[in-house]
Design a protein. Structure first.
Length: 206
């Protein structure tokens, strides 16, 4: 079994730790195609206080925050100052000259906005599709009721057939039992007569 090592690389405000047998396996666990070790942004960690829980879950990337939120915000670079646009004449913006309206032209301030053309009147909707759907639903309901009624009739016929068959089988079994008992009684009587006859035989007869 390969010896596990612990590697670390920074990801945002966290350090990503992983226990892997090699640097290549660590890069695969981080999902990096670049050699972070060659760039100096990944390293091997040997401190037992930092590697104990990482070694307990090999191949799993464990993230640890670097410092507090306040420390992380303080480490951010300051925002660059925004440049203010100054007027070219020492701070006084020149007034824009007004162009007099042309003769015969309509002022844009007094002109009334033209209203959009009224859309054409749509046709009145037809309920034919609803009527067709309701008729289909009624027909389906009728067929369903008829099918259930037919099934109920067949179940009744089958129940009657079951009762008739059970009765016929019981009658047949009773008749066969009676015939067997009669045959056994006849056999026993004949056997007794035969045994009595055997007792009447003499040695000379045998």
């Amino acid at each position: 079994m390969a010896t596990l090592k612990v590697f670390r690389t920074p990801i945002g405000f966290h350090d990503a730790y992983v226990a892997a047998p090699s640097r290549k396996a660590a890069l695969a666990a981080w999902g990096s195609d670049a050699d972070l070790f060659a760039r100096g942004i990944a390293e091997e960690v040997t401190d037992p206080a930092l590697t104990a829980d990482v070694l307990a879950t090999p191949g799993t990337v464990i993230r640890r925050s670097r410092g507090t939120v306040a420390e992380q915000l303080a480490a951010l670079p300051p925002d660059p100052p925004r440049a203010k646009r100054a007027p070219a004449d020492g701070g006084i913006e020149p007034a824009r000259p007004r162009t007099p309206p042309r003769r015969g032209a309509t002022s844009t301030r007094t002109a009334k906005p033209t209203s959009a053309p009224k859309p054409p009147r749509p046709p009145k909707p037809s309920p034919d599709a609803i009527d067709v759907a309701e008729a289909a639903l009624a027909e389906a309901s009728r067929r369903h009721r008829a099918a259930l009624a037919d099934l109920a009739d067949r179940e009744k016929r089958l129940a009657r057939e079951r009762r008739d068959l059970t009765q016929a089988q019981a009658d047949e079994a009773a008749a066969l039992n009676q015939a067997r008992d009669t045959a056994r009684a006849s056999y026993d009587a004949a056997l007794r007569r035969w045994r009595r006859w055997r007792g009447w035989e003499t040695d000379a007869d045998r």
